[in-house]
Design a binder for this molecule. Structure first.
Ligand code: FEO
Length: 170
């Protein structure tokens, strides 16, 4: 059985992962409205990844005999001043997610819940990738600036895909 404090913290994180998906879908819509279909596609894929993260946690809570109670997911921002500002917001958001995941690990260790600490290692590794993914594009954006090079970057990120992993292979 999951400790009640762990169950609550995982429930909070499920909501946070869903909100992350909401944020990236909102960014996808904004990029689409600016004619940047590659960025729009990448952000939609990111939203899919976040739903996967939420579902992975959802399944884990159930597996441990806990109870998932879904929470209100607030509206995300819908406007950014520039593509760079949107992506920098994504990078900052991933930093926040990383710190929340680390807090979850700390709680699991404090509660001597080694199963949950082990489960969360997947997310610890995933966050390294997520931060690197946004960081890479923000850095490239700083190098290329606006204009024609942004068009090339749009093509590059538009090629990024996300396939929902088959159960047990992620
Ligand atoms: Fe679920 Fe992008 O962290």
């Amino acid at each position: 059985m999951l400790h009640k404090d762990m169950e609550k913290a995982l429930n909070d994180q499920i909501k946070w992962e869903l909100w992350s998906g909401y944020l990236y879908l909102s960014m996808s819509s904004w990029f689409a409205s600016k004619g940047l279909s590659g960025f729009a596609s990448w952000m939609k894929n990111q939203a899919g990844e976040e739903l996967f993260h939420a579902t992975k946690m959802f399944d884990y809570v159930n597996e441990r005999g806990g109870r998932v109670v879904l929470q209100t997911v607030e509206a995300p921002p819908s406007q950014w001043k520039s593509p760079r500002e949107a992506l920098a917001a994504g990078l900052a958001h991933e930093g926040e997610v990383t710190s929340r995941i680390n807090n979850l690990v700390n709680l699991a260790v404090k509660l001597k819940d080694h199963a949950t600490a082990g489960f969360l290692q997947w997310f610890v590794t995933e966050q390294v990738e997520e931060e690197a993914s946004f960081g890479d594009v923000v850095n490239k954006m700083d190098l290329v600036g606006d204009g024609g090079a942004l068009y090339m970057l749009d093509k590059e990120v538009g090629a990024r895909v996300f396939s929902w992993p088959a159960a047990g292979t992620e």
